[in-house]
Ligand binder design. Structure first.
Ligand code: 5RP
Length: 224
C-alpha cells in the first residue's frame, strides 16, 4: 500500500468517530484532506464543522459542508486531525502544515481528539521531526535564542522557493527546531509556552490524542 492509501484508510476509519447531529473539528494536512473527502459523503448527518486553517475551510466549503466560526460554537464533539509524529500514549508533534495554533485551539475545545496517521508517524521518542513553534515576527530572533538554549537548532521556515519568511493564517512566523530529543513532552510544551513571543508550540502533549488510528499495511490499528 502507498502512504496515500494508508492515509485514506485511516480517513475512512475516522468516520466511525463522527458524532451525528454535532459540530466536528477538522484538522489540516494531506490526511485531514482525505478525511474531508470522506466527511463529504455523510455531510447531511452533521450540523457542521470548525476548520483549523483557511485551507481546510476552503476544502470543506468546496464540498458544501457548513463551516462555523469557533466564536459561534459552544462545543465540538470530536476533533479529527493528522500528526507529524505520535507516541503510543498520544503525545504529538504537529504543525508541519503550519496550522498548529488553530489546530491547538480547536482541539482544546473538543471533547475528543482522534489522530489519523499512516504508521510511519508512530515513534518512541518525539523530536526527529523538527518541532514547529509559531512566533510573533518581531520576537523571532529573541525566541530563537531561547530555543537554542534548550538544546535545539532553530531554523526560520521560508515560503517555498523564496528567502522570505513563511507567514501563517494568523500573521505569525514559524521556527522549526531541529535536534531536540523530547523525553518529557508535557514539560517541554509548558516550558516553550512560557517564552514571551511564542504564539503556540507544535507539541500536543498536555492535551494529546484520545484515540489514534494508524494506517498499517495489515489494516488500521487503533491506539486508545
Ligand atoms: C498541519 C499538521 C498536520 O496534521 C501534519 O503536518 C500532518 O500532515 P499530513 O497529514 O500531511 O502528513 O499538523 O499543521
Amino acid at each position: 500500500m502507498t502512504q496515500d492509501e494508508l492515509k485514506q484508510a485511516v480517513a475512512r476509519a475516522a468516520i466511525d468517530y463522527v458524532v451525528k447531529g454535532e459540530i466536528i473539528g477538522v484538522g489540516t494536512g494531506s490526511t485531514a484532506n482525505f478525511f474531508i473527502d470522506e466527511l463529504a459523503k455523510i455531510k447531511d448527518s452533521i450540523k457542521g464543522t470548525v476548520a483549523s486553517s483557511e485551507a481546510t475551510a476552503a476544502r470543506l466549503a468546496g464540498h458544501g459542508i457548513p463551516v462555523f466560526d469557533l466564536n459561534d460554537v459552544e462545543s465540538i464533539a470530536v476533533y479529527i486531525d493528522g500528526a507529524d509524529e505520535i507516541t503510543a500514549s498520544g503525545a504529538m508533534i504537529k504543525g508541519g502544515g503550519a496550522a498548529l495554533t488553530r489546530e491547538k485551539i480547536v482541539a482544546s475545545v473538543s471533547k475528543q481528539f482522534v489522530c489519523i496517521a499512516d504508521g510511519s508517524k508512530l515513534v518512541e521518542t518525539l523530536g526527529a521531526f523538527p518541532l514547529p513553534v509559531e512566533v510573533v515576527p518581531m520576537a523571532r530572533a529573541a525566541v530563537s535564542r531561547q530555543l537554542a538554549a534548550l538544546g535545539g537548532t532553530p531554523r526560520l521556515r521560508l515560503k517555498a522557493g523564496t528567502t522570505e519568511a513563511f507567514i501563517t493564517d494568523n500573521g505569525g512566523e514559524i521556527i522549526d527546531v531541529l535536534g531536540l530529543k523530547i523525553a518529557d513532552p508535557v514539560a517541554l510544551e509548558q516550558q516553550i509556552n512560557q517564552i514571551v513571543g511564542v504564539i503556540a508550540v507544535g507539541l500536543f502533549a498536555v492535551r494529546g490524542a484520545n484515540v489514534c488510528l494508524l494506517g498499517m499495511p495489515e489494516g488500521v490499528r487503533t491506539l486508545a
